[in-house]
Design a protein. Structure first.
Length: 130
């Protein structure tokens, strides 16, 4: 007689448990209420959590509590500028600096022309020098 082999059962992959803030608060409160010997271990087994969960949640709660008590900074939130924006700003500043320098040079040339006219000096023509 041939034996009938049962069909292999494939179990779905277990999903990681995620705890909401309310669940974490409830579990921390219940864990804090466990004062008798062995009571905390029974609580952890019943809830299916590890002691490391409690340690991590306590640290998070303490950190968040301190953050909540810290005074809030006033004023606008600083904006993070993109590197391209920063380069554009620097290029605009440099263009403005060169524009002012060119205006000063033109003013000096105009002043030299006026002084030469007043003193009766002849300046070489710009087309002749080329």
């Amino acid at each position: 007689m041939s034996e009938i082999v049962p069909e292999t059962e494939v179990l779905p992959k277990a999903a990681r448990r995620r705890f909401t803030a309310e669940e974490k608060r409830r579990l921390l409160k219940e864990a804090a209420a466990c004062t008798l010997r062995g009571e905390l271990g029974a609580f952890l087994r019943r809830e299916g959590i590890y002691s490391s969960h409690l340690s991590k949640w306590r640290a998070e709660a303490a950190k968040n509590e301190l953050a909540a008590l810290r005074p809030k900074q006033r004023g606008p939130v600083p904006q993070v500028t993109d590197q391209r924006d920063q380069q554009l700003i620097e290029a605009t500043r440099e263009i403005e600096r060169w524009r002012k320098r060119a205006e000063r040079a033109e003013a000096i040339v105009d002043l030299q022309k006026k002084v030469s006219v007043i003193l009766g000096l002849s300046l070489p023509d710009s087309s002749e020098s080329r």
